[in-house]
Design a protein around this ligand. Structure first.
Ligand code: SF4
Length: 235
């Protein structure tokens, strides 16, 4: 589905510190039809939105991340696996670049890893989607289920599974499969963009909030005179 040269992207961020270990490049794809109740990223659902981004441009961003010593790449969404051709091309290119720049190892001494989030269960993935994920070191699978809160690190609900798929993935993620968040784990990264023409300040939340965190954040903002308009976690 789709072409292999362009990935429809909702956004990118470097450095990302809340979805996977260390300092990472985050890439969020645009388009998701799974419509999990309680999804905090409803702005990524509409396939017609986003920016059709050449895979070569995303690879240039990944190269920049490698040059800055990134620990890895995290691809989330939206639903990355709904664009298997471009996702596969991006992950294969990312794998080649990290191999070519292997001497620039991440600060923990390991190679930069590739982590992908998908709302699909493993047994729902098509052959094409599996092929797209062939170079991913780890995949987090499963819908977000608001009724199943969890403290498991890097997961939004208890049903979601962190699945290492390579030797690097087992090494890097194996110790975290059942690990709960520690106080020093980064939970939610808040980034304020440049002021918009209408005077508002676009803000982005990266990571996985605990239940109630976003409401508490809004309440505290309101107490300080900061109102959040059109948050992506409400319809
Ligand atoms: S949580 Fe993920 S899979 Fe579920 S609707 Fe939101 S973007 Fe889609």
């Amino acid at each position: 589905m789709g072409n292999a040269e362009q990935l429809n992207v909702s956004g990118t961020h470097l450095p990302l510190v809340t979805l996977g270990p260390g300092m990472r490049l985050g890439v969020w794809t645009q388009g998701c039809e799974l419509a999990c109740p309680g999804c905090m990223s409803r702005h990524t659902w509409d396939r017609a939105g986003g920016v059709r981004t050449p895979v070569v441009d995303l690879l240039a961003r990944w190269q920049e991340a490698l040059d800055r010593g990134a620990s890895g790449l995290t691809v989330s969404g939206g639903e990355p696996c709904d664009q298997p051709a471009a996702l596969g091309a991006f992950l294969r290119g990312a794998d080649e670049l990290r191999s070519a720049t292997g001497v620039r190892a991440a600060p923990d001494g390991g190679a930069p890893d590739l982590l992908v989030y998908t709302g699909y269960e493993d047994d729902e993935l098509t052959a094409e989607q599996r092929a797209a994920l062939a170079t991913a070191d780890a995949v987090v699978t499963g819908r977000f289920k608001v009724a199943e809160p969890t403290d498991l690190v890097w997961r939004g609900s208890a049903n979601q599974r962190l699945c290492p798929r390579t030797e690097l993935g087992r090494l890097r993620y194996g110790p975290h499969l059942t690990r709960v968040r520690r106080p020093h784990d980064a939970g939610l990264q808040v980034v304020v963009d440049r002021r918009a023409e209408d005077g508002t300040w676009p803000m982005r939340w990266y990571g996985i909030p605990r239940r109630g965190d976003l409401t508490a954040w809004e309440r505290e903002g309101a107490r300080r005179g900061l109102s959040v308009s059109a948050p992506s976690w409400r319809a």
